[in-house]
Design a protein around this ligand. Sequence first.
Ligand code: SF4
Length: 360
Amino acid sequence: MRIMSAQLETQSTEAAAEAVATAGKRVLLAAPRGYCAGVDRAVVTVEKALELYGPPVYVRKEIVHNKHVVETLKGLGAVFVEETDEVPEGATVIFSAHGVAPVVHEEAAARSLKTIDATCPLVTKVHREAVRFAQEDYDILLIGHEGHEEVVGTSGEAPDHITLVEGPDDVANISVRDPERVVWLSQTTLSVDETMETVRRLREKFPALANPPSDDICYATQNRQLAVKKMAPDTDLMIVVGSRNSSNSVRLVEVALEHGAAAGHLVDYAEEIDPAWFDGVQTVGVTSGASVPEILVRGVLALLAEHGYTDVRPIVAAEESLLFALPNELRRDLKAAAGAAGDGSKIRRDTAYDASSPLH
Ligand code: SF4
């Protein structure tokens, strides 16, 4: 009898200790987060190309800027190269979601490569704007980060008309041929607030500055930043899942810190989280960049639960339902293969989300 009551006492002491340890601890989980329509399309493009043509399938640059995605696709037989001259003549090469300059298409044609262009349609939209404004002889001020693949690709559409503006502090150095004929465009994954500040300063200098026909910073970038802005003031620690070369993921950490999060860290995997970050932390915010599969967020939530952060509350900033069709070249081949197979049963469904994929 005495033994039983001692056991009960121990259990209730443990329960009380756990209650104290978890008291007030909570997670704010951003929505939307993770994969955008353009990333989903690009990743599924590589998966389906591997399935249809068999490995190896070559991919120029990282298909999207996420370490886990790239490593997983490598495991399935994708071969990532920096330039098309590394691809054997006549082989298939996929262009990444960030887009390529026209010269890359020319180089691929010269090597008789079969190309599949997984450029996000929202990046293609910016390319088209650049071509149109260049044809109309505008000076184009492209706000973006030097060397980023998307900026390199967009600049390549009209190299003689485009000047890169890296941020508000760069404006003082910018000159144009005709201040009455100047337009700004931007990389799709920038900080909305910082970009607007850059535009404000550009307009001070060039009052006739024209706007892009529609937002260049894409819906996914804007929505993920909106969710972080909502959460940040109540957040002691913001964990952003994403890779260091992912522009929109890096921006999420910056936005969190600018809007009140006491601390913020970017991690590729849950294992990179230092438990010391939790010292004195009641509320942890969690989000992920547009190139991050949800499986990585689940890993972070599991680790947080081990540290007593079991109360998870979604913070919804927007609903997203956009899907993009796969690239035409691939759809054509998938259709032909489905026809040859009779019922197409060997080809997976053409959807932007395949829950069976190791990437989801
Ligand atoms: S972040 Fe935006 S532009 Fe980039 S792939 Fe996603 S939807 Fe497209």
